[in-house]
Design a protein around this ligand. Structure first.
Ligand code: 13P
Length: 290
């Protein structure tokens, strides 16, 4: 059964850990994450960028997800990452994914809040949850986003907006960026604490790739309970494939399933590292709200 994103993340919030949310790129990465989550007894959020949803198709992603979790004990939610496009949000809500991120950070404040409220109404009517982003997190991910800060608001305005539109999870600027870091980011754990003091809505950290163990721990201790990882999965996947292909060329042996096994092993190891680091390992069996 598709898990509720909110339920997984609230359990993390109550118990002081964070649920990793990985952006899959295909069926190999999806299955690797589910297998790693089962082995680690960790909840997991399977995220799909709009680019990947467009290329695979909303129905096929849903069918792959359901097939991957069938017969397992994994608590896994299916989430649409950054989507500024109302038509695609509607498609995913109609397909009953666990949750969607309506990315309204390219709109001005009033329009962002009004459109998010409209998405929340449609989503909640069929049991789908909504992550809200109205100030942009720097960096372009799979064709969505901007390299400059376009909109920033006070914690009070952000929380008020999330309360007014009824969104379930809140993605604020926390000093991180999507993609690789060229220098060290100036993280904002104080901003997490300020937001958490104003609302019970879980806070989401974007731009996880490249943070140090100490930085992750600092942000989790401040109150972040969902952490997004995309670039590291792509990098891990492609490096494993690249290494395999170099060896394949040397041996002159061309067996795609062997390459998928190699890629899957690398993605599983990456996921296991984050389950341990974020404290989610061992938490799936007890993941109902305290
Ligand atoms: P990274 O690509 O930096 O890991 O960020 C992922 C993310 O925030 C997806 O929304």
């Amino acid at each position: 059964m598709r898990a509720s994103t909110l339920e997984l993340v609230r359990n993390a919030q109550d118990h002081g850990y964070a649920v990793p949310a990985f952006n899959i790129v295909d069926e190999v990465s999806l299955r690797a994450l589910i297998e790693a989550a089962e082995a680690a007894d960790s909840p997991v959020i399977i995220q799909v960028s709009l680019k990947t949803a467009r290329s695979i198709g909303v129905d096929l992603v849903g069918a792959m997800f359901d097939s991957a979790i069938r017969g397992t004990s994994v608590k896994a939610a299916l989430h649409l990452d950054h989507c500024p496009d109302l038509a695609w949000i509607t498609k995913v809500i109609d397909a009953r994914w666990s949750s969607v991120l309506f990315d309204a950070s390219d709109r001005d404040f009033d329009r962002a809040v009004a459109e998010t409220a409209q998405v929340v109404r449609a989503a909640h009517a069929v049991g789908v949850e909504v992550e809200t982003e109205i100030e942009n997190i720097v960096g372009v991910e799979d064709g969505v986003g901007s390299d400059v800060l376009v909109h920033s608001y006070s914690p009070e305005s952000l929380v008020q907006a999330a309360e007014d539109c009824g969104a379930d999870l809140l993605a604020p600027q926390l000093g991180t960026a999507h993609g690789e870091y060229s220098g060290r980011p100036s993280l904002l754990p104080g901003r997490v604490r300020e937001i958490r003091a104003l609302t019970d809505k879980p806070v989401v950290l974007h731009g996880g790739t490249g943070l140090t163990q100490a930085e992750f721990r600092l942000l989790i201790a401040a109150g972040v309970s969902k952490i997004n990882i995309s670039t590291d999965l792509k990098r891990t996947y492609m490096r494993a494939a690249h290494k395999f292909l170099i060896d394949a060329a040397e041996r002159d042996e061309w067996d795609p399933p062997s390459m998928f096994r190699s890629v899957s092993g690398a993605v599983r190891a990456m996921a296991t590292h984050y389950f341990d680091l974020f404290g989610s390992a061992g938490q799936a069996s007890g993941s109902t709200r305290a």
